[in-house]
Structure formats: structure tokens, C-alpha cells
Ligand binder design. Structure first.
Ligand SMILES: Cc1cc2nc3c(=O)[nH]c(=O)nc-3n(C[C@H](O)[C@H](O)[C@H](O)COP(=O)(O)O)c2cc1C
Length: 225
């Protein structure tokens, strides 16, 4: 048998519900406020760190004294030609000295490393030579594929200062496949993936160089999403 609630019981129940709703709303309001304040306080610091990491990366592949523009803000989003199905694009940073074009640094991805994608940065000078390549992110095997990292071997330096037209399409392969690039001992899959992705990105830059220098900036500088 259910008992009908008395009016004063109903009223106190309602009052308790109101109190709980108010407590919850206050808690949510304070939390959102705290998040907003934290975001505001840290956003400049984060932006500065991103800028420093970009400049550090650039210094590896391009001579820092060769450009004097604010590269951090001179940035463009383009479609990743190495993975046209990808939803995220790649970034192009423009290097300029007193407003004349010096070079482009493009972020790109080799989709077919031994353990998945390998993100890298490629710098190309305004005269079309490759300045250098540097790996930004990968999951290749320690002791094998990870020798693509600059601090683990000199393998990636094969791309340093390659003049435009130095290599034919056939040359742009690892030696095992008939090209000019060394592989790594016991690890051909990783170098193969990088050589072909660098070639595709390089061809893209050469083909679109003028447009890449001239289009208005449209992205933030975060190197790796
Ligand atoms: C556990 C394990 C991890 C491996 N990791 C890599 C790697 O990170 N990169 C790579 O190129 N090959 C790696 N290899 C070797 C490849 O399977 C392959 O034998 C090698 O790249 C040579 O390829 P190729 O036969 O096409 O020349 C690994 C093999 C094993 C068994």
C-alpha cells in the first residue's frame, strides 16, 4: 500500500531538490570559470613554447641567419599529398629575408612506415634545392627503423643540400630498389617509406612553389597535432 505524501513532505522534498540543483549549478559555474582563467593564463605560454619548438625545428633544416621574417605567423595549410584521404592537412612555413623568398618548410607524413605513419619536415630553398629533412614523430622499432632520428644515425642527412635536378625519378629510391639512397642495416621498410614520401612532398613544393610563397597565411604554427 502506498502512502499519499503530506503537503509539507512535498514542500521539503522540493526544497531539497532546489538546493541540490543550485549546488550543482554553482559547482559547474565555478569549474567553467576556473578552466577559462587557466586557459587565459597559459595560452601565451603555450604559444611561446610552440614558437620555440618551431624555430628549433627550423634551425635543424635551414640556416637561421638566412631568414628574418616571423615564420611562426607566416604559415599555410595545404592538403597532405602523401595521404589525400587524410582529414588533417600539412603546414607550410615561409622563410623570407627582408621580404624576399628564401625557402619553404613543409610538414608531411610517410603513411607506410614499418609501424605506421612517420611525420617529418622538409625544407626547400627558393632555388629548388632540398635544404634538409627531419623526422618529427614516428613509432619505428628501436635499434632498427628509429635510426631515421638525427641523434641516432646520419641516415636522414642524405637529404641535406640536394640540388634541384640531382636525381632522376629512378634515383629517388633506396639502393636495394635501384635508387641512390642508402637503407638502414636490417631495415629497408622505414627508409623506403621516407624516401618516397619526401620525393612526393618535394615534387609538390617544386610544382606549387610560387603559390605556396604568395598565398595569405591561414594557420597556427603548431608543428605536430
Ligand atoms: C620485430 C621486428 C621489427 C622490425 N622493425 C623494423 C623497422 O622499424 N623498420 C624496418 O625498416 N624494418 C623493420 N624490421 C625488418 C623488416 O621486417 C624487414 O625485414 C626489413 O625492413 C627489410 O626489408 P626488405 O626485405 O624489404 O629489404 C623489423 C623486423 C622485426 C622482426
Amino acid at each position: 500500500m502506498t502512502m499519499e505524501k503530506q503537503p509539507n513532505q512535498k514542500a521539503s522534498l522540493l526544497a531539497a531538490m532546489n538546493r541540490n540543483a543550485l549546488t550543482l549549478a554553482t559547482f559547474a559555474f565555478v569549474s567553467v570559470g576556473l578552466i577559462a582563467i587557466t586557459h587565459h593564463l597559459t595560452k601565451n605560454k603555450i604559444a611561446k613554447e610552440i614558437e620555440l619548438s618551431l624555430l628549433k625545428q627550423l634551425a635543424i633544416v635551414a640556416e637561421p641567419t638566412s631568414y628574418n621574417n616571423d615564420v611562426y605567423k607566416d604559415c599555410l595549410m595545404v592538403t597532405d599529398i602523401n595521404q589525400p584521404e587524410a582529414t588533417t592537412g600539412q603546414k607550410v612555413y615561409r622563410l623570407r629575408q627582408n621580404n624576399s623568398n628564401v625557402g619553404l618548410m613543409i610538414t608531411a607524413t610517410a603513411p607506410n612506415g614499418y609501424s605506421g605513419r612517420i611525420d617529418f619536415a622538409l625544407a626547400v630553398s627558393a632555388n629548388g634545392s632540398i635544404l634538409g629533412v627531419n623526422v618529427l614523430k614516428h613509432q619505428e622499432t628501436p635499434g632498427l627503423g628509429d635510426k631515421i632520428e638525427r641523434n641516432k644515425s646520419d641516415w636522414i642527412k642524405q637529404f641535406n643540400n640536394l640540388p634541384k635536378g640531382q636525381f632522376t625519378n629512378v634515383d629517388w629510391q633506396v639502393k636495394k630498389d635501384g635508387g641512390k639512397f642508402d637503407a638502414l642495416t636490417g631495415a629497408t621498410v622505414t627508409p623506403r617509406a621516407i624516401v618516397s614520401a619526401v620525393k612526393r612532398s618535394y615534387d609538390f613544393v617544386l610544382k606549387n612553389q610560387l603559390e605556396l610563397f604568395e598565398k595569405p597565411s591561414d594557420c597556427d604554427a603548431n608543428l605536430v597535432e
